[in-house]
Design a protein around this ligand. Structure first.
Ligand code: SAM
Ligand code: SF4
Ligand code: SF4
Length: 384
């Protein structure tokens, strides 16, 4: 059954914030070892630096919902770089080791290098530099890759859903040529990025014929290609379970042409299952967000462009920290207390509940069906 399509502007007014807890209680001194109600630590922070994008990918910002008159956030609503840095510092004091900049299209945010320079100065609670990375559609990389590297970005992920130019232009829906994204990936390599990943969202019947050509193209290149199951994020992409091609099928299709073997995960909470080519031509990853829920290891918080914290990609409410940031009476200790209380109250595990609900529906137990009707946050607003 197609999900309900809710205009994005309506979603913003429908979505009420959750009250920020903990401001009247005792100060929570950061120990770097914060855990949520399911004993999951806080390790990753994804920061959306803009809700705007120069693409209109059909599965993320379809033109019907993000047309010419779409009310993007006014500049005064965005967190400034100083505010982002201050909050990032608080999150790092609670245990965050990895920060990913995203959007919208993060490279559209003016002077982003300046923010990267500042974040690159932060140290984890163990005194190490952060793993500082960025997800981009690659359209501006030829111009920006060198500056991003010089500013201290450590890794880069480029989204690319097809090599076929006609298909790619149709998916981004702004007629953007695939050659320019490939040139961007080359520019990133020349700029010295040692770790580059390419993410391909697979939608059955739309771009699944590109799986093997993409694998062939990036084999032996040093770039790690990762296949992501098309997810039911947001309200505007009309997601249907039939559109999902399970990762197991992706592995099977590639392996039939280029044999693969499984390898161990790099760390706890790694979202991608890793496979390597038996002939030594490198590795791929598959992210089974729909068919194999991984909520038990989910250590990610998300910060929206306007300063709301979301505890799950599928959340329908966030905690507004911008008001606190702009309140002169709130100290860093107060902010740290608020973040601690928010994370300590976290019990989100949407994907797992969806899987359980699916299984229950299949066995006729309608009572355990998960409520998917509440309007959810859009991917372009909190980033992937
Ligand atoms: N604009 C940048 C980009 O495209 O890389 C960053 C933001 S984009 C929202 C982050 C990632 O989310 C992209 O890799 C995109 O393909 C992925 N994404 C968006 N909608 C998705 C969906 N419905 N299912 C799975 N991945 C999705
Ligand atoms: Fe823009 Fe990225 Fe969404 Fe595509 S996936 S519309 S590039 S934010
Ligand atoms: Fe994390 Fe939510 Fe995704 Fe589960 S559904 S892995 S809690 S973001």
């Amino acid at each position: 059954m197609p999900s309900k399509v809710i205009p994005v502007a309506d979603w913003r007014s429908l979505s009420r914030d959750r009250p920020v807890p903990g401001l009247s209680g005792p100060i929570a001194t950061p120990s770097g070892a914060l855990t949520d109600t399911l004993a999951r630590p806080l390790r990753d922070l994804r920061i959306s630096v803009t809700d705007r994008c120069n693409f209109r990918c059909v599965y993320c910002m379809p033109k019907e919902s993000f047309g010419k008159d779409h009310p993007f956030l006014p500049h005064s609503h965005l967190l400034t770089f100083e505010e982002i840095e201050r909050l990032a510092r608080v999150f790092v004091s609670h245990g965050v080791e990895k920060i990913r900049l995203t959007g919208g299209e993060p490279l559209l945010r003016k002077n982003l290098e300046y923010l990267i320079e500042r974040l690159a100065q932060l140290r984890t609670v163990h005194g190490k530099p952060l793993d500082l990375t960025l997800t981009t559609n690659g359209s501006l990389l030829t111009r920006k890759a060198a500056a991003l590297k010089a500013a201290g970005l450590t890794r880069l992920t480029v989204s690319l859903d097809a090599l076929d130019d006609t298909l790619f232009r149709g998916i981004n829906d702004v007629d953007f040529p695939v050659a320019d994204v490939l040139a961007g990936i080359d520019a990133a390599r020349e700029a010295g990025f040692a770790s580059i990943k390419v993410n391909m969202v697979v939608k059955r019947g739309t771009n699944d014929q590109e799986i093997v050509p993409m694998a062939r193209h990036f084999r032996d290149s040093g770039v790690v290609l990762r296949f992501i199951e098309y997810m039911d994020v947001g309200n505007s992409n009309g997601w249907r379970m039939d559109d999902v091609l399970p990762s197991a099928d992706v592995v099977e299709r590639i392996s039939a042409r280029f044999p693969l073997e499984a390898i161990a995960p790099g760390y706890r909470g790694e979202t991608a299952a890793r496979w390597r080519y038996v002939d030594g031509a490198g590795e791929i990853g598959v992210i089974s967000s729909v068919t194999h829920a991984f909520c038990g290891d989910c250590t990610r918080a998300r910060l929206s462009t306007e300063g709301k914290v979301y505890l799950c990609l599928f959340a329908n409410q966030g905690y507004d920290l911008r008001a606190l940031l702009r309140d002169p009476a709130i100290s860093d200790a107060g902010l740290a207390t608020a973040v601690a209380r928010i994370w300590q109250g976290r019990g989100d595990q949407y994907s797992q509940q969806r899987s359980a609900a699916g299984a229950a529906q299949a066995s006729g137990d309608a009572g355990s069906r998960h409520d998917t009707e509440a309007p959810r946050v859009e991917m372009s607003y909190i980033g992937g």
